[in-house]
Design a protein around this ligand. Structure first.
Ligand SMILES: Nc1ncnc2c1ncn2[C@@H]1O[C@H](COP(=O)(O)OP(=O)(O)OP(=O)(O)O)[C@@H](O)[C@H]1O
Ligand SMILES: [Mg+2]
Length: 370
């Protein structure tokens, strides 16, 4: 049985308007899975999560939690939040300020018919999981942001909810602490094995934590797959752009001749599929980190695809990495490479090379698979 099933969910904040914050979303989350919702601001991540929690009511579709329907738009069914058995951690930690850490973590248990000893044992166990036993008697005001976030996590996990909903729980923390807590959260997820939905707009966080990643845009799911799937084969040009692929070349028509005249002139063999399925709009995306810069005269390593020669216009040094800006007859190509591999000087003639599989081809916005 799936832990969570969402079927054709539609949420409009203004019932009279056609604007859909969640627009026909269907997905399932398997037991023990951490599904990450990734997407730009305003794409509907929080809304979707709040619908699952019962904090917002959708208009259409169904939400089924461990086989039990908790929302059904067609039948007007909407089970309230406290009957959904859900744990939540949000961006603002929302701990009870007047309660100690121990009392905060115990709070969700006190509503249940458990003995005092059982409750205390569970609190102890949860504080150990988040490595905060030593903070048990403090009040939230005496904790750092990262500690508060860990207590919020312990509190949400304490009652062993069917599903954990985490909405950007790390975004209020400084960069270093984020990285640390991300690893910690990953370890807790492995150890406790909870089922979760995790919202973020940070792709590294998504790839680190997600068993699967759903990329959202305008209330819809653009792509749902493993982190590697999403990263290596962005399903649409929108996903490719959202993931930060900066080299995009419009091919205009799908006529292979147009490619021959474009920046990837030379090797057309990888575009067999394109030639076979003509359409009105084709684009090539190449991740800047997938490219390497070679001096113009140097021979191209076997198996690599070479782009035409160009002129380096600028090199942006960023420590261990740098960005080469290369002019390819009017198109700017960006190559991000390890500084250890060298840096060219502006004005020099170079060629960029990549593996053929790193060239992503989109036809009418959809990835053409080779
Ligand atoms: N209470 C509300 N009333 C009306 N519109 C809302 C409300 N909350 C959100 N929206 C709108 O719904 C859409 C989705 O918002 P949502 O908060 O779900 O986005 P998000 O993906 O979580 O964004 P962010 O990354 O900024 O948190 C947005 O267009 C937003 O303006
Ligand atoms: Mg949000």
């Amino acid at each position: 049985m799936q832990e969570l099933q969402i079927e054709s969910l539609v949420k409009r904040y203004d019932a009279s308007s056609q604007v859909r914050a969640v627009d026909d979303v269907s997905l399932t989350v398997a037991p023990g899975e951490m599904l990450v919702l990734l997407g730009p601001s305003g794409c509907g991540k929080t809304t979707l999560l709040r619908c699952v929690a019962g904090l917002e009511q959708a208009q259409e579709g169904r939400i089924i939690l461990e086989g039990r329907t908790v929302f059904d738009g067609a039948h007007g069914l909407n089970i309230p939040t406290h009957q959904r058995d859900i744990g939540m951690v949000f961006q603002n930690y929302s701990l009870w300020p007047h309660m100690s850490v121990r009392e905060n973590v115990e709070y969700p248990l006190s509503a249940r018919r458990t003995s005092r000893e059982q409750r205390q044992a569970r609190v102890q166990e949860m504080l150990e999981v988040v490595q905060c036993q030593h903070l048990a008697d403090r009040i939230p005001a005496m904790l750092s942001g990262g500690q508060q976030q860990r207590i919020a996590l312990a509190r949400a996990l304490a009652s062993k909810p069917k599903i954990m909903l985490l909405d950007e729980p790390l975004s209020n923390l400084d960069a270093l602490l984020r990285v640390e807590l991300r690893a910690h959260l990953r370890a807790i997820h492995r150890e406790v094995g909870f089922t979760g939905i995790y919202v973020t707009h940070d792709q590294v966080e998504a790839f680190n934590l997600g068993t699967r990643v759903a990329v959202m845009r305008s209330g819809r799911i653009e792509q749902l797959g493993s982190a590697r799937d999403v990263f290596e084969r962005p399903a649409t040009d929108v996903v490719a752009r959202f993931l930060g692929i900066r080299n995009a070349f419009d091919l205009g028509a799908s006529d292979p001749c147009a490619i021959a005249a474009g920046p990837l002139a030379g090797d057309l063999s990888i575009f067999d599929n394109l030639a076979r399925t003509p359409s009105s709009r084709a684009q090539i995306f190449v991740r800047q980190e997938a490219l390497r810069v070679l001096p113009a005269g140097q021979s191209v390593p076997a198996g690599m695809l070479a782009l035409p020669e160009g002129t380096v216009t600028d090199v942006l040094y960023a420590g261990s990495f740098n960005d080469h800006m290369i002019d390819l007859s009017g198109h700017t190509l960006i190559v991000t490479q390890a500084t250890a591999l060298g840096m060219s000087t502006p004005g020099s003639r170079v060629r960029a090379v990549c593996r053929p599989e790193d060239v992503l081809l989109y036809q009418d916005g959809r990835l053409v698979t080779r």
